[in-house]
Design a protein around this ligand. Structure first.
Ligand SMILES: NC(=O)c1ccc[n+]([C@@H]2O[C@H](COP(=O)([O-])OP(=O)(O)OC[C@H]3O[C@@H](n4cnc5c(N)ncnc54)[C@H](O)[C@@H]3O)[C@@H](O)[C@H]2O)c1
Length: 400
């Protein structure tokens, strides 16, 4: 396995907490990837996530797009986002990483941190924009890029910000393509989602809107279950800022279970949309679903995925399923799509449905796992992009 281009470990001098940045590779001097905040976050985890970002950057590229794939990177802070010291830790991490963020590392929200929180804290630290490193590559300049970004992030669709919806919308599109591939009817599909923040919330909304039944949602407080389907929209619009369901809004048939029980619920589709490493070899025997769609990064351990594959379960890999937020951001910033909700959803559908089909068809045809098939597609695109954009060389300095 290749080594990272750069790995940084930082220790907060006030709390002793650790923070990390891993740049897996640069492309035209820039790498992109979100920032996560979670108690227990490690350098190994951030490295895994940065590698996934490199694959994710290329897998959605369509010839002719103005947004040319960047390299992959990731940030992480080992701190509970509920910790009262979290804001100070994020501010000091941002102060330390500012030189990287301003030049090579374009970042944004991930598990435990919302974009508005990042924007607020970064602004106090004099960082103009968390993704500014990528903006210098935009053909009509950073100001136009920023204007498009602000317009898109300012949109609210049925009570939820567009920026918080696009990732889960993409997961839902991949799920629908996987159901179709399996010859399964959307209306009879029962779905369980772990996590009800940005990714899980939007995934549940758009899967429910497509006609499937969301029979379980887990958040950090527990699992909410109803075999007849939950009222996703009510729960979505009344959750707190960290994606925790307001239990006073549950419907009469809803039951509350332990959050660990999310894999034991009878379901056709499982969507991990919270932490990494949540489907382990110990869990797989409980799984009844025939499709797993990884909204969360690195959700399934390798041995568990092998076991699921032997049982005929499709696992749509993270760097395909959850690519929506990252790709959408760059499509907007580079001007590939108008900063509107309709254009955003249309582009996501037109890229992610065929991509998922292609991945699953290649996996079937070549006897590969969907992850292997998607990795080969991503590598092919990377080779093509590198060949046609000669400045796309690992380690290139940022263009002036
Ligand atoms: N936000 C993005 O743009 C984005 C993009 C791509 C991938 N991802 C991945 O999706 C996953 C979720 O990210 P997010 O941004 O939606 O996070 P988030 O912080 O918005 O939401 C996290 C959710 O997980 C729940 N949760 C926390 N601990 C839990 C536990 N022990 N059991 C069950 N649920 C628990 C929280 O209550 C919350 O509902 C992460 O793996 C992240 O890397 C996020």
């Amino acid at each position: 396995m290749s080594t990272s281009y750069l790995e940084v470990t930082w220790t907060d001098d006030e709390t002793g907490m650790k923070g990390f940045v891993v740049i897996d590779r640069l492309s035209r001097g820039v790498a992109g990837g979100g920032l996560r905040m979670r108690k227990g976050c490690t350098l190994d985890e951030v490295r895994d996530l940065a590698r996934g970002m490199t694959l994710k950057e290329t897998v959605v590229y369509t010839e002719g797009d103005r947004y040319i794939p960047l390299g992959g990177a990731k940030g992480g802070i080992d701190c509970d986002p509920y910790d009262p010291r979290a804001r100070g830790v994020l501010a000091r991490w941002a102060r330390a990483m500012k030189p990287l963020i301003e030049t090579h590392f374009a970042t944004g929200e991930d598990f435990g941190v919302r974009q508005e929180f990042i924007d607020e804290v970064f602004a106090e630290e004099g960082i103009e924009n968390s993704a500014m490193a990528g903006y210098r590559l935009v053909p009509d300049g950073p100001d136009a890029a920023r204007a498009r970004q602000d317009e898109a992030f300012g949109l609210v669709v049925d009570g939820v910000g567009l920026g918080e919806l696009v990732g889960g919308y993409g997961v839902a599109e991949c799920t629908l393509a996987a159901l179709e591939h399996r010859g399964m009817d959307v209306e009879s599909a029962r779905v369980v989602v772990q996590g009800f923040g940005s990714m899980g919330g939007a995934t549940a909304r758009y899967i429910a809107r497509a006609g499937a039944r969301v029979v379980g949602i887990a958040d950090r407080e527990g699992l909410v279950h109803n075999p007849d389907g939950l009222d996703v929209e009510t729960l979505l619009l009344t959750r707190d800022g960290f994606g925790v369901i307001d239990r006073t809004r549950l419907a009469p048939g809803d039951v509350q279970l332990l959050r660990e029980d999310w894999l034991k619920v009878d379901a056709d589709v499982l969507v991990p949309a919270a932490m990494s490493y949540v489907i382990t070899p110990d869990d797989v025997e409980h799984i009844t679903a025939s499709i797993v769609v990884e909204a969360a990064n690195v959700a399934t351990l390798v041995d568990a995925e092998d076991w699921l594959r032997r049982r005929g379960v499709i696992v749509v890999p993270d760097f395909v399923a959850n690519v929506g937020t990252n790709a959408w951001w760059w499509w907007v910033v580079f001007g590939d799509i108008a900063p509107t909700a309709d254009a955003s959803f249309a582009k996501l559908s037109s890229v992610l449905r065929p991509l998922t089909r292609r991945v699953l068809e290649r996996a079937d045809a070549e006897g590969l796992s969907p992850r292997e098939a998607a990795t080969s597609i991503s590598h092919e695109v990377r080779a093509d992009v590198d060949a046609h954009h000669p400045r796309t060389v690992r380690g290139t300095a940022v263009p002036a």
